[in-house]
Design a protein around this ligand. Structure first.
Ligand SMILES: [Zn+2]
Length: 300
């Protein structure tokens, strides 16, 4: 499942080419990819045709393209969704569900292809609502973004790369939780963008056990963990994200290579890069937790 670095890589790839471009054609080959657009495919086309993309914005794992102050195209990547950006006439991409053809401000014709093998993702046009803190809705360094957010994303907390992320406030809220620290890191209502890969990596770097109750960790250590996690996300963005299961691709259809930098996630059976103990994978919350039983002990 794409986490912040993967979605950010897609966001930046789209932003570099399609801000200000106008939608000139929409082709739907599988309406299941519009399942979250409740008024149906025809309404989707009517709403989007002729509109221009004002920005490409991300909060956590969510991506949206504002069309006005009140509406945005929201891309839910789900497990396997990809947003490819191709020149018009480029070879077909297998499992393309929706093609949005745009004309850039310089007159270039491009296609945003929504590709999705397993159809857990979707595109939808959603209303924008004011942000609860009245700050810009999300991350969009290329273009100013209004203090609004798609209604479906409004409950998602700001992520670690957001200029308005408040580390003191989040550390305080974390310390009030009795659940295990990994569960807290994955709570998108507290801080967003971190999924299983980057949680395991951050906890390994911080030498914290995944089940350590958050309220048993010092505030200084929680702040350190947030700083460490921010660094992990930033490094992963630079490397184009992690293509662990080959589902995730950037807008050019290329894999990210942060998988080469992983210390814990997906490394079961390999030696811990720090101490040499074999990294373990433990079944956890329908997924797995990867950790070093020497470096990451449960403290009592
Ligand atoms: Zn170790």
């Amino acid at each position: 499942m794409p986490e912040l670095p993967e979605v950010e890589t897609v966001r930046a790839g789209l932003a570099s080419k399609i801000i200000g471009s106008r939608v000139v054609d929409i082709s739907i080959s599988d309406a299941r990819s519009l399942k979250r657009h409740v008024l149906g495919p025809k309404h989707f086309v009517d709403e989007l045709l002729g509109q221009s993309f004002l920005a490409v914005v991300r909060r956590g794992k969510f991506l949206w393209l504002p069309l006005s102050d009140s509406r945005a195209l929201v891309g839910h990547l789900g497990m396997s969704g990809q947003m490819l950006l191709r020149d018009k006439g480029h070879d077909p991409d297998p499992q393309t569900r929706v093609v949005i053809s745009v004309e850039s401000q310089s007159g270039q014709l491009l296609e945003v292809r929504f590709v999705d093998q397993r159809i857990f993702g979707s595109l939808a046009i959603e209303d924008l609502v004011p942000t609860s803190d009245r700050a810009p809705g999300g991350f969009s360094p290329e273009s100013p973004v209004s203090s609004s957010i798609p209604s479906v994303v409004a409950h998602i907390a700001r992520d670690l790369l957001d200029a308005n992320f408040n580390i003191d406030s989040v550390a305080t809220k974390m310390q009030a939780r009795a659940s295990g620290i990994k569960r807290v890191l994955l709570d998108q209502n507290l801080l967003s963008g971190i999924g299983n890969i980057y949680a395991d990596e951050s906890l390994w770097l911080a030498r914290l056990h995944y089940d350590q109750p958050a309220n048993s960790i010092t505030r200084e250590k929680l702040t350190e963990l947030i700083v460490i996690a921010t660094g992990v996300l930033e490094r992963a963005v630079i490397q184009g994200g992690t293509s662990f299961d080959e589902q995730y691709k950037n807008v050019n259809g290329e894999s990210g290579y942060f998988s080469q930098s992983l210390n814990a996630y997906g490394q079961a059976g390999k030696p811990c890069p720090r101490c040499g103990t074999e990294i373990k994978r433990i079944a956890w919350a329908n997924r797995g937790s990867h950790f070093c039983s020497t470096c990451q002990r449960l403290a009592t």
